[in-house]
Design a protein around this ligand. Structure first.
Ligand code: HEM
Ligand SMILES: CC(C)=CCC/C(C)=C/CC/C(C)=C/COP(=O)(O)OP(=O)(O)O
Length: 301
């Protein structure tokens, strides 16, 4: 067995290591952190902060994701969605993945300390530990509220971007965290409904497993209402203007429409489609924040 594992491990390539970093998830996070940076100031953000600040955050997020693969490798191999992952398949040894995660994490923190500020480095380290250890190693297996609490780590990037530019925690940065915090449960529970049987198989207490699909769908709907309300706050506190307001209302109502369809079972494949919509929702909401910001700065509205 050991020799088989060794032979397979020898085939590990750069794509396996890239996969350990959850590149698509981190890419969306970096879009939110970059937009957090651009919103934090009315004047131009230095290219060095934009490039190296986001690089540092991405390296730390990738490090946390690699640790998640190590901790979860025994359950990943039992679930169809995750069984082809490099550690689940034995293509990458756990020790190598841990070393890789430490390399990424220390490089990321060094970049943040050199090119941004201590506050950003400390908050990023907190998010790294929050996802890799608090969520993955503890909450995920302990409570159906795992992703609500653990979601704070995933919601942090726009604040990390904000503090990288401003050097302080402001209401605007916290508001962006609040938006992603309210977005995470519908984002994840829609997928968890779609994958309920697999989570049940590996004894992970995701909400649809512990409380059933109807209860989860009801909570998805409640969170989409809360998300719509929270997403209006940037307009309410005069951080954003009318263009953002229209985008937030349209995108939010569409999210609620999906959540209602999910609750009523009125559309085919509603769970996975709601999950996919959640990704487009977050992307367009943040693009709208950015466009609105530059329209305001330029004085066009
Ligand atoms: C603790 C909070 C979160 C949880 C539990 C969670 C859960 C998940 C899971 C399990 C997937 C995998 C879907 C699959 O591979 O089939 C996923 C996909 C994804 N998530 Fe999240 N997520 C969270 C937060 C976030 C945040 C904050 C972002 C970005 C800002 C994000 C962006 C994405 C993206 C882009 C994908 C699609 C990846 C792909 O297509 O391979 N997630 N999420
Ligand atoms: C520094 C910083 C910003 C850290 C945040 C890091 C990060 C990549 C958070 C991602 C959140 C996420 C995809 C959770 C799913 O984990 P899961 O274990 O429930 O999903 P899985 O089954 O697909 O692994």
């Amino acid at each position: 067995m050991a020799s088989i594992t060794h032979a397979v491990t020898a085939q590990a390539g750069w794509r396996d290591y890239l996969e350990l970093t959850k590149p698509k998830v981190v890419a969306l996070m970096i879009i939110t952190s970059a937009i957090g940076m651009l919103l934090a100031s009315d004047s131009a953000v230095p290219w060095s902060t934009l490039l190296l600040g986001n690089l540092g955050i991405a390296l730390c997020a990738g490090s946390a994701a690699a640790i998640n693969h190590v901790v979860d490798r025994r359950i990943d191999v039992q679930m169809a969605r995750t069984q082809r992952r490099p550690l689940a398949q034995g293509r990458v040894e756990p020790l190598n993945a841990v070393l890789f995660a430490m390399l990424l994490g220390s490089a990321g923190l060094a970049v943040l300390l050199s090119w941004t500020n201590t506050l950003t480095a400390v908050l990023t380290l907190g998010s790294l530990l929050g996802y890799a250890l608090v969520y993955t190693a503890f909450l995920k297996r302990a409570t159906p509220q795992n992703i609500v609490i653990g979601g704070l780590a995933g919601a942090a990037p726009p604040l990390l971007g904000w503090t990288a530019v401003s050097g302080q925690i402001d209401a605007g940065g916290l508001l962006l965290v609040l938006i992603i915090f309210a977005w995470t449960p519908p984002h994840f529970w829609a997928l968890a409904i779609h994958r309920k049987a697999e989570y049940a198989k590996v004894n992970i207490p995701m909400l649809p497993v512990t409380h059933g699909e109807h209860y989860t769908k009801l909570h998805i709907l409640l969170y989409t209402f809360m998300l719509l309300a929270v997403s209006l706050l940037p307009f309410v506190i005069h951080m954003s203007g009318p263009l953002y307001l229209v985008a937030a209302v349209v995108l939010g109502l569409r999210f609620i429409d999906w959540a209602i369809a999910l609750l009523r079972n009125s559309r085919p494949h509603a769970a996975i489609k709601t999950f996919k919509y959640s990704l487009w929702y977050l992307l367009w909401l943040f693009v709208a924040l950015l466009l609105d910001h530059y329209i305001e700065v330029a004085g066009w509205l």
